[in-house]
Design a binder for this molecule. Structure first.
Ligand code: PDD
Length: 286
């Protein structure tokens, strides 16, 4: 059961006109919201980031926070599975092809749910491989834009190298992964790049930093050089669908000992505890 422009329907019945600006220009934004035990996690934060993305592309938000919450809850109710992820997508609507914004056009709004499949235990035990690439995206990576061609090409580089993610470097500094944020453990300190126009402000990134702070784990938010990435003790990737995963090889070389490190093990335990106690609780307790 999906939602498209005011109607709930099976996904097979959903149709979009070919002149939709999402199809023609990639002119739209999206969100991915994890759902644990049928509760949308950090919905307010995801909707705030959605507003930031909409402001970034100068598109009026078609719904209030209450309306979004009602739509999302209805999608959760109408789909099976305790743990799901909601994909929410808004485009500038359907109009004759012209780059400039059309006038008086309704945006296209699409919501669907997919099962949230937690990373397999063996991935957490062995860690995953990653490769590096130059970050060749635009300078508004803080907008969760549906035009993801650079991310698609970057992620495929990883797949072609039998790796799980591509870490991006811009002018000698780490930005993020093709579809995740990246953390580095260097000299026993957990490092995260600062939020800026060069990366997506991840909701999972926030959770990891909050857990580090609450549990007195040494951490710093600062620019991370390519040298620090390449000589890191540990590397992790984070996202709403992957949670926190250790990266144990980079460009074919082992990261640290080549096994998930002790800082990762600590964070993973804290994250699971937080998931059991907080993420699975109703929104007011998150
Ligand atoms: N992607 N950076 C990029 C480029 C991303 O695409 C994502 C998530 C993140 C992590 O953000 P969060 O922790 O809020 O999920 C960082 C989603 C999962 C996707 O596109 O499917």
């Amino acid at each position: 059961m999906i939602y498209l422009n005011g109607q709930f329907m099976p996904i097979e019945e959903a149709r979009i006109p070919v002149l939709d600006r999402g199809f023609i220009f990639g002119d739209g934004v999206y969100e991915v919201i994890p759902v644990y035990s049928r509760h949308a996690f950090r919905l307010a934060e995801h909707l705030r980031r959605l507003q930031h993305s909409l402001d970034g592309i100068r598109l009026k938000n078609p719904h209030s926070t209450t309306e979004w919450a009602a739509l999302i809850n209805r999608i959760i109710e109408n789909n099976e599975g305790e743990d799901q992820y909601i994909y929410l997508h808004i485009t500038r609507g359907v109009a004759k092809r012209d780059h400039a914004f059309p006038k008086d056009v309704q945006p296209t709004v699409f919501l669907m749910s997919n099962p949230l499949i937690h990373p397999a235990a063996d991935l957490r035990e062995t860690g995953v491989a990653a490769v590096t690439a130059t970050d060749n995206r635009w300078l508004r990576c803080d907008i969760k834009a549906i035009s993801l061609l650079p991310n698609v090409l970057l992620r495929q580089m990883a797949v072609d190298a039998n790796a799980a993610e591509t870490l991006m470097l811009r002018e000698g500094f780490l930005t993020e992964g093709a579809a995740s944020n990246i953390f580095v453990v260097y000299n026993d300190i957990l490092l995260a790049p600062p939020k800026s126009h060069l990366m997506l402000p991840g909701i999972t990134y926030d959770v990891v930093l909050e857990l580090a702070e609450a549990n007195s784990m040494q951490h710093e938010v600062r620019e991370i050089s390519e040298y620090e990435v390449r000589s890191a003790q540990e590397l992790w990737m984070t996202s709403s669908t992957k949670e926190v995963l250790p990266i144990t090889s980079l460009d074919g070389k082992p990261v640290g000992t080549g096994k998930p490190g002790h800082v990762y093990h600590r964070m993973y335990a804290l994250y699971q505890e937080y998931k059991a106690e907080i993420m699975r609780a109703p929104a007011q307790n998150q």
